[in-house]
Design a protein. Sequence first.
Lengths: 169, 182
Amino acid sequence: MFRDFAEWLQTTGISVKVQSITWLIPVLQSIHILMIGIVFVSSLMITLRVVGSMRADEPFATVWGRFAPWMWSGLVVMALTGLVLIIGEPVREFSSVSFWLKMSLLAISLTSIFVFGRTLRPEMLTSATGEFSTGRKAAALATVVLWLAIIFLGRAIAYDAAVWGHLHT
Amino acid sequence: MTAPSIVEVVEASAPAEWMRMSLLSMPVVEAIHVLTAAIVFGTILIIDLRLLGFPNTRRPFTRIEHELLRYTWGAFIISVVTGILMFAANATTYYGNTAFRLKMLALLVAGMNMAVFELVIKRGVASWDKDVAPARAARFAGAASIVIWTAVIVIARWIAWTKGYGAGASIPDNVNFDFSTQ
Protein backbone atom coordinates (compact mmCIF):
# COMPACT_ATOMS: atom_id res chain seq x y z
CA MET A 1 0.00 0.00 0.00
CA PHE A 2 2.74 2.45 1.02
CA ARG A 3 4.83 1.22 -1.85
CA ASP A 4 2.05 2.05 -4.34
CA PHE A 5 1.56 5.44 -2.73
CA ALA A 6 5.31 6.13 -2.85
CA GLU A 7 5.53 5.13 -6.50
CA TRP A 8 2.58 7.37 -7.32
CA LEU A 9 4.05 10.25 -5.30
CA GLN A 10 7.38 9.90 -7.10
CA THR A 11 5.65 10.62 -10.43
CA THR A 12 3.77 13.72 -9.25
CA GLY A 13 4.78 17.17 -10.47
CA ILE A 14 6.05 18.35 -7.10
CA SER A 15 8.23 15.26 -6.59
CA VAL A 16 9.67 15.52 -10.09
CA LYS A 17 10.36 19.20 -9.42
CA VAL A 18 12.25 18.40 -6.19
CA GLN A 19 14.22 15.67 -8.00
CA SER A 20 15.10 18.01 -10.85
CA ILE A 21 16.72 20.73 -8.70
CA THR A 22 20.10 19.11 -8.10
CA TRP A 23 21.18 21.34 -5.19
CA LEU A 24 17.88 21.16 -3.31
CA ILE A 25 18.25 17.82 -1.53
CA PRO A 26 21.79 18.42 -0.18
CA VAL A 27 20.76 21.92 0.97
CA LEU A 28 17.68 20.53 2.73
CA GLN A 29 19.78 17.76 4.30
CA SER A 30 22.26 20.38 5.55
CA ILE A 31 19.48 22.42 7.14
CA HIS A 32 18.05 19.20 8.60
CA ILE A 33 21.43 18.39 10.21
CA LEU A 34 21.89 21.96 11.54
CA MET A 35 18.46 21.63 13.15
CA ILE A 36 19.50 18.32 14.77
CA GLY A 37 22.15 20.35 16.56
CA ILE A 38 19.62 22.92 17.77
CA VAL A 39 16.89 20.45 18.73
CA PHE A 40 19.10 17.80 20.32
CA VAL A 41 21.19 20.26 22.32
CA SER A 42 18.09 22.23 23.44
CA SER A 43 16.49 18.97 24.58
CA LEU A 44 19.76 17.98 26.28
CA MET A 45 19.95 21.31 28.15
CA ILE A 46 16.39 20.88 29.44
CA THR A 47 17.11 17.27 30.44
CA LEU A 48 20.34 18.20 32.21
CA ARG A 49 18.39 20.82 34.17
CA VAL A 50 15.76 18.20 35.10
CA VAL A 51 18.42 15.83 36.44
CA GLY A 52 20.13 18.78 38.13
CA SER A 53 23.49 18.80 36.38
CA MET A 54 23.12 22.04 34.39
CA ARG A 55 21.87 25.51 35.43
CA ALA A 56 20.60 24.04 38.70
CA ASP A 57 20.71 27.57 40.15
CA GLU A 58 18.00 28.73 37.71
CA PRO A 59 14.28 27.91 38.02
CA PHE A 60 13.16 25.23 35.56
CA ALA A 61 10.84 27.78 33.89
CA THR A 62 13.85 29.95 32.98
CA VAL A 63 15.72 27.06 31.39
CA TRP A 64 12.54 25.82 29.65
CA GLY A 65 11.84 29.36 28.41
CA ARG A 66 15.36 29.65 27.03
CA PHE A 67 15.50 26.32 25.17
CA ALA A 68 11.97 25.03 24.49
CA PRO A 69 11.17 27.65 21.78
CA TRP A 70 14.37 26.66 19.95
CA MET A 71 13.50 22.99 20.32
CA TRP A 72 9.97 23.45 18.91
CA SER A 73 11.06 25.85 16.13
CA GLY A 74 13.88 23.49 15.17
CA LEU A 75 11.44 20.60 15.07
CA VAL A 76 9.11 22.54 12.77
CA VAL A 77 11.98 23.28 10.36
CA MET A 78 13.05 19.63 10.54
CA ALA A 79 9.52 18.49 9.79
CA LEU A 80 9.32 20.81 6.77
CA THR A 81 12.74 19.91 5.35
CA GLY A 82 12.05 16.24 6.11
CA LEU A 83 8.72 16.46 4.29
CA VAL A 84 10.32 17.86 1.13
CA LEU A 85 13.04 15.19 1.33
CA ILE A 86 10.32 12.52 1.49
CA ILE A 87 8.49 14.07 -1.47
CA GLY A 88 11.78 14.06 -3.40
CA GLU A 89 12.58 10.40 -2.65
CA PRO A 90 9.37 8.72 -1.49
CA VAL A 91 10.17 5.16 -2.58
CA ARG A 92 13.56 5.23 -0.85
CA GLU A 93 12.00 6.53 2.38
CA PHE A 94 8.84 4.43 2.48
CA SER A 95 10.66 1.18 1.69
CA SER A 96 13.14 1.81 4.50
CA VAL A 97 12.78 0.00 7.84
CA SER A 98 14.79 2.77 9.51
CA PHE A 99 12.38 5.43 8.22
CA TRP A 100 9.32 3.79 9.82
CA LEU A 101 11.15 3.07 13.07
CA LYS A 102 12.34 6.69 13.11
CA MET A 103 8.78 8.01 12.66
CA SER A 104 7.50 5.69 15.42
CA LEU A 105 10.17 6.77 17.91
CA LEU A 106 9.56 10.41 16.93
CA ALA A 107 5.87 10.03 17.80
CA ILE A 108 6.78 8.48 21.18
CA SER A 109 9.34 11.19 21.90
CA LEU A 110 7.00 14.08 21.04
CA THR A 111 4.19 12.53 23.08
CA SER A 112 6.46 12.12 26.09
CA ILE A 113 7.60 15.76 25.89
CA PHE A 114 3.96 16.92 25.70
CA VAL A 115 2.94 14.76 28.65
CA PHE A 116 5.98 15.93 30.60
CA GLY A 117 4.98 19.57 30.11
CA ARG A 118 1.29 18.99 30.76
CA THR A 119 1.76 17.14 34.05
CA LEU A 120 4.32 19.52 35.52
CA ARG A 121 3.26 21.00 38.86
CA PRO A 122 3.43 24.83 38.86
CA GLU A 123 5.79 25.00 41.82
CA MET A 124 8.38 22.97 39.89
CA LEU A 125 8.43 25.66 37.24
CA THR A 126 9.43 28.53 39.48
CA SER A 127 11.45 26.84 42.18
CA ALA A 128 15.22 27.10 41.88
CA THR A 129 15.77 24.47 44.54
CA GLY A 130 12.97 21.92 43.99
CA GLU A 131 14.18 18.56 42.79
CA PHE A 132 12.38 16.50 40.17
CA SER A 133 11.16 13.01 41.04
CA THR A 134 13.20 10.02 39.95
CA GLY A 135 10.46 9.12 37.48
CA ARG A 136 10.67 12.51 35.79
CA LYS A 137 14.44 12.37 35.66
CA ALA A 138 14.23 8.92 34.06
CA ALA A 139 11.61 10.16 31.57
CA ALA A 140 13.80 13.12 30.59
CA LEU A 141 16.84 10.89 30.11
CA ALA A 142 14.72 8.44 28.11
CA THR A 143 13.80 11.28 25.74
CA VAL A 144 17.49 11.96 25.09
CA VAL A 145 18.05 8.25 24.38
CA LEU A 146 15.07 8.37 21.98
CA TRP A 147 16.62 11.35 20.15
CA LEU A 148 19.90 9.44 19.85
CA ALA A 149 18.05 6.49 18.31
CA ILE A 150 16.10 8.82 15.99
CA ILE A 151 19.32 10.48 14.77
CA PHE A 152 20.96 7.09 14.18
CA LEU A 153 17.93 5.82 12.27
CA GLY A 154 17.89 9.00 10.17
CA ARG A 155 21.40 8.26 8.94
CA ALA A 156 20.63 4.55 8.62
CA ILE A 157 17.94 5.25 5.99
CA ALA A 158 20.78 5.50 3.46
CA TYR A 159 22.03 2.04 4.50
CA ASP A 160 18.78 0.17 5.02
CA ALA A 161 19.82 -3.13 3.46
CA ALA A 162 23.15 -3.15 5.33
CA VAL A 163 21.53 -2.35 8.68
CA TRP A 164 18.38 -4.46 8.45
CA GLY A 165 19.39 -7.24 6.09
CA HIS A 166 16.42 -9.37 5.03
CA LEU A 167 13.95 -7.05 6.82
CA HIS A 168 14.66 -4.44 4.16
CA THR A 169 12.24 -4.87 1.28
CA MET B 1 57.20 10.87 2.48
CA THR B 2 54.94 12.92 0.24
CA ALA B 3 51.37 13.79 1.16
CA PRO B 4 49.73 11.55 -1.48
CA SER B 5 51.77 8.54 -0.36
CA ILE B 6 50.75 9.10 3.29
CA VAL B 7 47.14 9.14 2.10
CA GLU B 8 47.71 5.80 0.35
CA VAL B 9 49.16 4.31 3.54
CA VAL B 10 46.11 5.55 5.49
CA GLU B 11 43.79 3.96 2.95
CA ALA B 12 45.63 0.64 3.16
CA SER B 13 45.51 0.57 6.99
CA ALA B 14 43.53 -1.97 9.01
CA PRO B 15 40.90 0.52 10.30
CA ALA B 16 40.32 1.70 6.72
CA GLU B 17 39.91 -1.90 5.59
CA TRP B 18 37.42 -2.49 8.42
CA MET B 19 35.43 0.59 7.37
CA ARG B 20 35.19 -0.76 3.82
CA MET B 21 34.48 -4.39 4.62
CA SER B 22 32.07 -4.28 7.56
CA LEU B 23 28.45 -3.72 6.56
CA LEU B 24 27.63 -1.75 9.69
CA SER B 25 30.81 0.26 10.19
CA MET B 26 29.90 3.04 7.73
CA PRO B 27 26.32 3.76 8.91
CA VAL B 28 27.28 3.54 12.59
CA VAL B 29 30.40 5.71 12.25
CA GLU B 30 28.54 8.22 10.04
CA ALA B 31 25.63 8.44 12.50
CA ILE B 32 28.04 9.10 15.40
CA HIS B 33 29.80 11.71 13.25
CA VAL B 34 26.52 13.50 12.47
CA LEU B 35 25.41 13.35 16.11
CA THR B 36 28.67 14.68 17.54
CA ALA B 37 28.92 17.37 14.85
CA ALA B 38 25.38 18.42 15.78
CA ILE B 39 26.37 18.62 19.47
CA VAL B 40 29.43 20.71 18.58
CA PHE B 41 27.26 23.05 16.49
CA GLY B 42 24.43 23.27 19.02
CA THR B 43 26.59 23.93 22.08
CA ILE B 44 28.80 26.46 20.27
CA LEU B 45 25.68 28.22 18.99
CA ILE B 46 24.51 28.81 22.58
CA ILE B 47 27.91 30.33 23.45
CA ASP B 48 27.99 32.40 20.24
CA LEU B 49 24.47 33.74 20.79
CA ARG B 50 25.43 34.72 24.33
CA LEU B 51 28.38 36.64 22.85
CA LEU B 52 25.83 38.50 20.74
CA GLY B 53 23.86 39.23 23.91
CA PHE B 54 21.09 36.69 23.21
CA PRO B 55 18.75 36.00 24.90
CA ASN B 56 20.10 38.37 27.57
CA THR B 57 23.30 39.10 29.47
CA ARG B 58 22.10 38.08 32.93
CA ARG B 59 23.96 34.77 33.07
CA PRO B 60 27.75 35.40 33.07
CA PHE B 61 29.40 34.53 29.77
CA THR B 62 32.25 32.68 31.47
CA ARG B 63 29.77 30.51 33.31
CA ILE B 64 27.83 29.56 30.16
CA GLU B 65 31.09 28.84 28.36
CA HIS B 66 32.41 26.73 31.25
CA GLU B 67 29.16 24.71 31.46
CA LEU B 68 29.07 23.91 27.76
CA LEU B 69 32.63 23.56 26.49
CA ARG B 70 33.14 20.14 28.10
CA TYR B 71 30.30 18.83 25.91
CA THR B 72 31.64 20.68 22.86
CA TRP B 73 35.14 19.24 23.27
CA GLY B 74 33.93 15.75 24.14
CA ALA B 75 31.76 15.68 21.03
CA PHE B 76 34.48 17.29 18.90
CA ILE B 77 37.04 14.60 19.80
CA ILE B 78 34.58 11.82 18.90
CA SER B 79 33.72 13.69 15.71
CA VAL B 80 37.40 13.87 14.73
CA VAL B 81 37.95 10.14 15.41
CA THR B 82 34.87 9.11 13.39
CA GLY B 83 35.82 11.64 10.70
CA ILE B 84 39.30 10.14 10.39
CA LEU B 85 37.77 6.65 10.04
CA MET B 86 35.45 7.85 7.26
CA PHE B 87 38.36 9.61 5.57
CA ALA B 88 40.60 6.54 5.84
CA ALA B 89 38.05 4.30 4.09
CA ASN B 90 38.50 6.25 0.85
CA ALA B 91 41.44 8.49 1.72
CA THR B 92 42.81 9.07 -1.79
CA THR B 93 39.34 10.02 -3.02
CA TYR B 94 38.66 12.46 -0.21
CA TYR B 95 42.16 13.89 -0.45
CA GLY B 96 41.48 14.97 -4.02
CA ASN B 97 37.96 16.20 -3.33
CA THR B 98 37.48 19.97 -3.42
CA ALA B 99 34.60 20.00 -0.94
CA PHE B 100 36.63 17.93 1.52
CA ARG B 101 39.55 20.36 1.27
CA LEU B 102 37.20 23.31 1.73
CA LYS B 103 35.78 21.68 4.85
CA MET B 104 39.27 21.25 6.32
CA LEU B 105 39.96 24.90 5.50
CA ALA B 106 36.71 25.96 7.20
CA LEU B 107 37.66 23.91 10.30
CA LEU B 108 41.05 25.65 10.32
CA VAL B 109 39.36 29.06 10.14
CA ALA B 110 37.01 28.03 12.97
CA GLY B 111 40.03 27.03 15.05
CA MET B 112 41.80 30.32 14.34
CA ASN B 113 38.68 32.31 15.28
CA MET B 114 38.49 30.34 18.53
CA ALA B 115 42.21 30.82 19.26
CA VAL B 116 42.01 34.60 18.75
CA PHE B 117 38.91 34.73 20.94
CA GLU B 118 40.35 32.61 23.77
CA LEU B 119 43.85 34.11 23.77
CA VAL B 120 43.18 37.76 22.95
CA ILE B 121 39.54 38.87 23.06
CA LYS B 122 38.65 36.98 26.25
CA ARG B 123 41.37 38.78 28.22
CA GLY B 124 38.94 41.65 28.68
CA VAL B 125 35.99 39.42 29.63
CA ALA B 126 35.75 40.85 33.16
CA SER B 127 34.35 44.10 31.75
CA TRP B 128 31.55 42.40 29.75
CA ASP B 129 30.98 39.08 31.49
CA LYS B 130 27.55 40.01 32.84
CA ASP B 131 24.74 42.58 32.44
CA VAL B 132 26.37 44.53 29.58
CA ALA B 133 26.71 43.93 25.86
CA PRO B 134 29.95 42.02 25.10
CA ALA B 135 32.83 43.94 23.51
CA ARG B 136 32.59 44.57 19.78
CA ALA B 137 35.42 42.10 19.08
CA ALA B 138 33.66 39.41 21.14
CA ARG B 139 30.40 39.97 19.26
CA PHE B 140 32.27 39.74 15.98
CA ALA B 141 33.93 36.46 17.03
CA GLY B 142 30.53 35.06 18.02
CA ALA B 143 28.90 36.02 14.71
CA ALA B 144 31.89 34.69 12.74
CA SER B 145 31.74 31.40 14.65
CA ILE B 146 28.06 30.87 13.74
CA VAL B 147 28.80 31.49 10.06
CA ILE B 148 31.91 29.29 9.99
CA TRP B 149 30.35 26.31 11.78
CA THR B 150 27.25 26.49 9.59
CA ALA B 151 29.59 26.44 6.59
CA VAL B 152 31.47 23.42 7.97
CA ILE B 153 28.25 21.40 8.14
CA VAL B 154 26.91 22.52 4.76
CA ILE B 155 30.24 21.79 3.06
CA ALA B 156 30.42 18.42 4.84
CA ARG B 157 27.07 17.38 3.38
CA TRP B 158 28.25 18.68 0.03
CA ILE B 159 31.21 16.23 0.06
CA ALA B 160 28.83 13.28 -0.39
CA TRP B 161 27.10 15.07 -3.27
CA THR B 162 30.20 15.93 -5.23
CA LYS B 163 30.57 12.15 -5.52
CA GLY B 164 33.97 12.39 -3.95
CA TYR B 165 35.84 12.45 -7.21
CA GLY B 166 38.02 15.40 -8.07
CA ALA B 167 38.30 16.76 -11.58
CA GLY B 168 39.94 14.27 -13.89
CA ALA B 169 40.46 11.63 -11.20
CA SER B 170 39.30 8.12 -11.99
CA ILE B 171 37.00 6.26 -9.62
CA PRO B 172 39.09 3.90 -7.48
CA ASP B 173 38.15 0.19 -7.64
CA ASN B 174 38.01 -0.12 -3.87
CA VAL B 175 35.24 2.41 -3.35
CA ASN B 176 32.45 0.17 -2.14
CA PHE B 177 29.62 2.57 -1.61
CA ASP B 178 27.59 4.57 -4.03
CA PHE B 179 27.42 8.23 -3.02
CA SER B 180 24.33 8.80 -5.12
CA THR B 181 22.18 6.92 -2.60
CA GLN B 182 23.36 8.97 0.35
